[in-house]
Design a protein around this ligand. Sequence first.
Ligand SMILES: [Zn+2]
Length: 293
Amino acid sequence: MLRVFALLLLSLSFSLAQLRVVTTYPWIGDIFREVGRDRITLHVIAKPTEDFHFVVPRPTHIAKLRSADLLVINGASLEIGFLPPLLQQSNNPKVQPGRQGFLDLSQFVELIEKPERVSREMGDVHPEGNPHYFLDPHNIPSLASAIVERMCLLDSPNCTYYRSNFEDFQRRWKARLKEWDAGFLQLKGLKVVQYHKTYDYLFRRYGIETVGTLEPLPGIPPTPKHLERLKKEAENKGVKFIVLEAFRKGDRNSQNFANQLGIKVVVLPQDVGIENARDIFSLFDEILRRLSV
Ligand SMILES: [Zn+2]
């Protein structure tokens, strides 16, 4: 009898031991919400109001990393400016690179714009290629699948649950993908100027042309000379919008540039939790809606 009771207690404590997950960005957290639901605890480091290249490292993140079972990152050097010191100070061997509790999602997609050589004059260029791959909705299912497989490895008792949530997510995602494909293909041939190469994966997928970026080089603020040259090109090519990530909303250079050309600045959510992007589904709904005006 006592043994049965002890076993019961043991299984109870197992089922109560939720997988403790830390992610760097809100969109990764939202995939966890879909597949892990109430069986995980989740901490997201970056706020959607922050520039994803320059996230402020805070002591709370160190504390969460210290007790984490799994850390999932965007990778491709996007977190290079804030994650290494947090990881080091967390002193948690489980979530260090190379361990089972560390997952770099950039390993599961084909990166574009890989520079042939990297030098300081190239600005803040990401050496592995453009890291903003998740803004192509076609990349999401394989990323979610990689997440679920890692969850299964670390938390096998809940694996069936995670997999069935993934199946459900994937079904809904594929249905929405058809709608997004149809909607974005209406925009084929649209010409835009971006501030940064944030939406390149999305725009390449659907034939939207980025005529140039306000930044002369990634991470380098616009210069008058560069803007003057870009203005001529944008005029010649019939650019319709300046596309701006929500965290840069109100940027003066973008507004001035748009005013000079007589075109509009379109602010797009760049992650979940900002500008009507309540979750990863409405993120793409909202991007499509705003570009379709
Ligand atoms: Zn970038």
